[in-house]
Design a protein around this ligand. Structure first.
Ligand SMILES: [Fe+2]
Length: 391
């Protein structure tokens, strides 16, 4: 059965999308209503890293409601998680409009037959998986915002930053977006990181790319316009890019939640983080498997190469496409035996909130976003990483 809050949020998204289609300048009305993050509460909160003034407003909000149960650190963690889930929803929504299933659960768009067909090469159920991943992200931010509000803290709203262009391809909605899927530089080192038996990013180790050329240029993961629907190896390269980008996004969530959880104080907040985080990992595991089915090819329009990962110079344990479960590796100390774990998970290092924003920025997701947006998302990340148990 549909949760009321979630249904209301979907209706709000649909209503918002409709408004944006009709009125390109409708963001002014959102601004008038003060629908910035927490009505400027969090934005206005202090400056600097680690200063006590960082959380002034959120603490005030909490105290005003008399909840007293969440620390400033807990609020900062949940606030950043809600912001990330809103951004995930925005990007997954774009994928679903063109390559997923558009229905009452995930409304918007009407699909692109050529793009959908290319995605189905990776797996016959790709459309369903894209839809379900999108629905999960909608539910994550909707829940986190409702939970924050129930504790007297400000829910997150990024609507004023929905200014990036939509794809012009047939099937996409023409609305303002928070993220850019059309100029991606996808870091595919997650592929080799999870296969290494001796290295761990928390020890400062680095990992080779699975798809080297995808990590150097700027490539679309959705068709930018109908001209991108052919030739066949071009639209397939776009679908392949999406396949590896899905893994990039969801492995980030897989590390983010266990990293942030270590700073949580309230046991219920810990329960929230430990209950959402593994869903990101279940997404990731699916995408890891599907990316391995991306056919080897060279995009004739831009030279992007998807190599055969099972053949030389690739192949072996670092690249073999069916080795999708994490290999045991070093954890905490090299004195311990290797163990199969999610990595990284070190607070405020490679697995934290700041690291996530850094990775998403380098990915190209925020190309075209305002300095105000970047400053805000970075500030929320610094606050989340600063959270420590008991504070
Ligand atoms: Fe999520």
């Amino acid at each position: 059965m549909e949760h009321n809050a979630q249904q209301a949020q979907k209706e709000k998204i649909m209503e918002h999308n409709t408004q944006q289609s009709k009125h390109a300048t409708s963001r002014r009305s959102f601004l008038r209503k003060g629908l910035v993050v927490g009505g400027a509460g969090v934005i206005g909160a202090g400056v600097g890293v680690g200063g006590t003034e960082l959380f002034t407003n959120v603490v005030t909000a909490s105290a005003a409601a008399g909840s007293g149960s969440l620390t400033k650190g807990d609020v900062a963690i949940l606030t950043f998680a809600a912001a990330i889930e809103i951004l995930e929803t925005d990007l997954w929504q774009q994928y679903n409009e063109l390559g997923g299933i558009q229905d009452s659960e995930v409304p918007g768009g009407s699909g692109s037959a050529a793009y959908t067909k290319a995605l189905l090469v990776l797996d016959g159920d790709m459309s369903q998986y894209i839809h379900d991943n999108t629905e999960d992200e909608i539910s994550h931010f909707t829940f986190l915002n409702a939970y924050l509000a129930s504790k007297g803290a400000d829910p997150v709203n990024l609507d004023k930053f929905r200014n990036l262009p939509s794809s012009q391809a047939t099937g996409a909605q023409h609305i303002g977006r928070l993220t850019n899927l059309m100029q991606l530089t996808v870091d595919t080192s997650w592929w080799t990181r999870l296969r290494s038996r001796t290295k761990n990013p928390d020890f400062g180790d680095t990992f080779p790319q699975a798809i080297p050329s995808l990590s150097t240029g700027k490539f679309p993961a959705i068709p930018r316009h109908d001209g991108d629907l052919s030739p066949n190896d071009h639209i397939q390269a776009i679908a392949n890019t999406a396949g590896f980008h899905f893994g990039f996004i969801e492995q980030g969530g897989s590390s983010l939640y266990p990293t942030l959880a270590q700073g949580a104080t309230n046991l219920e907040v810990l329960r929230v983080l430990l209950s959402i985080g593994p869903v990101e990992t279940s997404h990731f595991q699916t995408w890891h498997d599907k990316a391995g089915n991306a056919p080897a090819l060279t995009d004739p329009t831009n030279g992007l190469v998807f190599p055969n990962l099972n053949a030389s110079p690739f192949g072996g344990e670092d690249f073999q496409t069916n080795l999708i479960m994490p290999e045991p590796t070093v954890f905490l100390s090299r004195k311990f035996p290797a163990v199969s774990i999610i990595r990284p998970t070190q607070i405020a290092e490679s697995g934290g909130a700041v690291a996530t924003v850094k990775a998403w920025t380098a990915d190209g997701l925020f190309i075209g976003q305002s300095q105000e947006f970047l400053a805000l998302i970075n500030k929320l990340a610094v606050q989340a990483d600063a959270a420590r148990r008991g504070f």
